[in-house]
Design a protein. Sequence first.
Length: 543
Amino acid sequence: MGPMARGARSRRQRKRQSLSPHPGDLPRPGNLLTPGSDIPHHPVRSALGLAAVAVLGAWLGLLLIGTVRTPVGPMDTTMALRPSLTGGTRITVPPLGDLELSSHSAPVRLQVDVDRLDPVRSQALVDHPERFAGLQAEVTHDITRGALGLALHSCVAVASGAVALGLVVHRRPRRALAAGGLALSLLATSAGAAYATWNPQSVLEPKFSGLLSSAPSVVGTARAIVSEFDVYQKELARLVTNVTKLYDATSTLPAYRPDPTTIRVLHVSDIHLNPAAWRIIASLVKQYRINVIVDTGDTMDHGSAAENHFLDPVSTLGAPYVWVRGNHDSRTTQKYLAGRDNVTVLDNGEVTGIAGLRIAGVGDPQFTPDRSVVPAGDPAERTAGGRLADALRTERLAGRPADLALSHNPAAVTEADGLVPLALAGHLHHRENSTLPRGTRLMVQGSTGGGGLRAVQNKKPEPVQASVLYLGRRTKQLQAWDEITLGGLGLARAEVSRHLPHASRPGATPTPTPTPTPAGPPHSSGPAVRPSSGAEPRPPSGH
């Protein structure tokens, strides 16, 4: 080998030696760190990191590839599982709004979006109306098939999302697969929680958000709610049937047809000089075909004669108006209202027969339009309630029992416990619903005026609230009620929640009639019975 060749080889050997690490420079096995490797000294941090990757990857998987398109009857829908703190089911029906059902409690929510009405399948229903009879079975089958497909698709979505994110973060297949397995375990645990808390009768009390005018058509009539809702799948099918009819065509869009066997009572209270309340009440009267409006007082703010003309629209609302005085309504207010057409003012236990009901009421004994007046407190309310109870006993002995009892302050009307099936009040500016010890149901209404002018003084505006009560025409018993809530000042929101008394639920035993109050000295001085749920009544001067 020549000198030049030996020199080239020597240079190559020196270069390789310079590139090779010195044995002393090699890292010890305990300190070896590679991208994506764990830090053995922090196992808790490693486990938390893996859990975070699994949860985030599962959420991304559900969001990106977790939806399933499936036909349900004549409609095309999209089903998906979404992370949620409260669980439940949300059915979105554009452009009507959302139906929310408290179907389960788990960290996942079932989301069903109605995408469109298939023109071919819907036209087949229009051409052959007899097919509506079998639509429930068809929809039940479609929902079951869609739910099974959604379950399998969700498993693939959460596993794929977690594995993909695990590869990006850890760069090790084993860690990525571990994240996918953990994501599947979390989904299985959530499914178990949903199964354990599944409430098949949640469809009995849906909450509707969206176009208020369409809510009754989607939720259904009171009679259907009470007598025909039996199991979850059938009623979900009935809901789909109603939505199908809504989508059919504008010419055949079904209007809300009240059940002829029910009496519909619109309960309002605490309008407090809000002129928008009259438009809302007139709209509800027309929409729900209201038979009688019941106002439990505080229509005014100061009860002055200058405010009287604010009351003029009550004669043009489209239904008889029954009113009791509140603590912001003066005797001048009461006298002016008594002279209006289509208005009945009740005081001192007076009873009136209207819209097939016998209604008794008492005005608030206190007039406290501002805090400069020292209120007499609940003793005065109980005294007024005692007069109401005396009148109810007299009517019962004469064979003319009353169906409703009214007062502004709940403390007064609780004195009628056991003498009437249903008692209505206001004053608290929020809803309360309870059953008193002797069986009378007490329903306290929120402010139909959204707190009135005082609403602009609050950081958060009060909602506008009213309720539609459905009473049997023969029994006069409460069958169902709709709670209507509108957004306050500056808010655009409308909700309708359907509720049923326990006795109206499928399989429930009938609620016994209220126990008659034993005869005794009038105006009992015993303690006032307050609602069993909700906040205590506020001082009269506050409202």
